[in-house]
Write a protein that binds this ligand. Structure first.
Ligand SMILES: [Fe+2]
Ligand SMILES: [Fe+2]
Length: 172
């Protein structure tokens, strides 16, 4: 049910970690491909939330402060633009004259981005997901979730190079 989306967060985190590991090993083409795959799953997840969950949440949930619907859209917009910048920077690494400095700078920006993501995930697991579960009937919840293709998210991650057949460890 809606709580299952937490597993998509874990999957997304793990995909970003794989991109960062490729960066650490100076495998820049691979780091770029992994980042693109990460972006695909991330954007699909955010689009699902924006098109399917957030409209109902805005209408039915009384939530202000940290759970206000606007914050979810704002976080998503920031996340989209960060990932676009990371793609540019990752693609540019191969032609960087001062590679060590450029790579450290990218990893530093990515660390900042990961903090934003973890605040965002917490906002969703503290407000969006549990509040929706409270206000929706079982049928409504089922019908919303039937519009979200969780298998597609899993399949995108499994299709990633070198991600198959490797024990995926839970972070956290
Ligand atoms: Fe989100
Ligand atoms: Fe989410």
């Amino acid at each position: 049910m809606i709580e299952d989306l937490k597993r998509v967060h874990d999957l997304i985190d793990e995909m970003f970690f794989d991109h960062q590991k490729a960066l650490l090993h100076f495998e820049f083409d691979r780091a770029f491909t992994l980042l693109e795959m990460y972006e695909t799953v991330l954007i699909r997840h955010m689009n699902d939330e924006e098109a399917i969950l957030l409209p109902v949440y805005s209408e039915r949930a009384v939530s202000s402060g940290a759970g206000s619907p606007k914050y979810f859209f704002d976080d998503h917009a920031k996340m989209r633009s960060y990932v676009a910048v990371f793609k540019q920077k990752t693609a540019a690494l191969r032609s960087e004259p001062d590679l060590d400095r450029a790579l450290l700078k990218l990893l530093d920006r990515e660390a900042f981005y990961l903090r934003l993501c973890s605040h965002h995930d917490k906002r969703e697991t503290d407000f969006l997901y549990p509040i929706l579960e409270q206000v929706l009937s079982d049928d409504e919840e089922r019908s919303l979730m039937s519009q979200i293709d969780l298998d597609a998210d899993r399949a995108s991650a499994v299709g990633a190079p070198d991600l198959t057949g490797r024990g995926r460890q839970q972070k956290k």
